[in-house]
Design a protein around this ligand. Structure first.
Ligand code: NDP
Length: 310
């Protein structure tokens, strides 16, 4: 059995012999705040970077830093084996690559754009039809988190493709591989975003009600952050019960919950603040009561969601 030389040691040996290892080239298509941060991070880490963006001027500073601005999408694809897409949605991908499908063969498309799991699965099939390998990604960071230790991205798609791209992708963030189904990374991403956006809008609603009483955000935020900080324990307590399909009313009962949410709605209305967000929550609680869950925990609302969706 031969000696296995760790990658870092191998690199150090080559460098000491004067062999400079060229880092893998990467193409980034889409230079909104996120794609721009990704291209910057690849450049900062010594990767040759080719970029393309519909609005070409967004590449100006990247070109100054050493990126190559491709003339067209086909040129961007031709430049690298790994092609990172950071676009508003998947329709933007088809709008850009639809005219360049002949250049897709042999490429690895890593789509870090937001969209639905079904769109991700369709995209994987579309890419395979043009001879490309395909990974879905869901970035769990803001642009200023790209290249930082604490950030990570969900990935899914063929394991072998993920493993062969991993070293390059980990220049951007840590990776969390969810499985072979290309829809999985999009699913995990959208599940986080559902919590993120509803919580963020609830935050703004609370600030509007506070402001109507002359209380500024700076005064309220420590208390809201305290409440949000209790949520992991709250989720941890209830999730085994939810997985077991058990919703006993030993800690909380829906009849209490519906009264409580109604008080939140009335407080909003009394302050002259749009109550539509909390009224939507109240409507869910009322459907749970109508379904006979008054003596069960609020967690029984998961049954209401399931029935409403089917
Ligand atoms: P933006 O929407 O600001 O930028 C998107 C990019 O898509 C731009 O390069 C834009 O080109 C391009 N684009 C959109 N529509 C088309 C089209 N029809 N044809 C060609 N190009 C198009 O998004 P971000 O950079 O902020 O984010 C990129 C992705 O990352 C999104 O899917 C987002 O959900 C996700 N994400 C973003 C985070 C953030 O905090 N920003 C955090 C986590 C994920 P042009 O410059 O010409 O308009």
């Amino acid at each position: 059995m031969g000696l296995v030389v760790p990658r870092d040691a191998e690199q150090a040996q080559r460098q000491s012999k004067g062999v400079v290892m060229q880092k893998q080239s990467v193409t980034v298509i889409g230079l909104g705040p996120m794609g721009h941060a990704m291209a910057t991070t690849f450049l900062d880490n010594g990767h040759p970077v080719t970029v393309w963006n519909r609005t070409r001027s967004r590449a100006d500073d990247l070109v100054t830093k050493g990126a190559v601005l491709a003339d067209d999408p086909a040129g961007a694809l031709a430049a690298s084996e790994i092609v990172v897409l950071s676009l508003t949605d998947y329709d933007a991908m088809y709008a850009i690559l639809g005219s360049a499908t002949a250049a897709l063969a042999g490429k690895t498309l890593v789509n870090l754009s937001s969209d639905t799991p079904d769109k991700a699965r369709e995209a994987a099939t579309w890419a395979a039809g043009h001879g490309a390998q395909y990974l879905t990604g869901g970035v769990q960071a803001s642009p200023d988190g790209i290249g930082k230790e604490e950030s990570f991205t969900f990935y899914s798609g063929p394991k072998s493709v993920f493993e062969s791209s991993r070293e390059v992708l980990e220049v951007l963030t840590k990776t969390d591989y969810r499985g072979e189904d290309p829809g999985l990374a999009a699913l995990y991403y959208q599940l986080q975003l559902g919590v993120f956006w509803t919580t963020s809008v609830a935050f703004l609603h609370a600030l509007a009600v506070a402001d109507a009483h002359g209380i500024k955000a700076a005064e309220l935020v420590p208390y809201i952050s305290g409440t949000v900080g209790t949520m992991p324990d709250f989720f941890g307590f209830y999730s085994p019960r939810i997985d077991a399909g058990e919703h006993p009313g030993d800690v909380d009962r829906l009849s209490m919950g519906v009264a409580s949410v109604d008080h939140v709605v009335q407080t909003s209305k009394d302050a002259g603040v749009d109550a539509s967000l909390v009224e939507a929550v109240l409507a869910v609680f009322e459907r749970g009561i109508a379904a006979g869950h008054a003596d069960d925990s609020f967690t029984s609302l998961i049954e209401t969601f399931r029935k409403s969706g089917s």
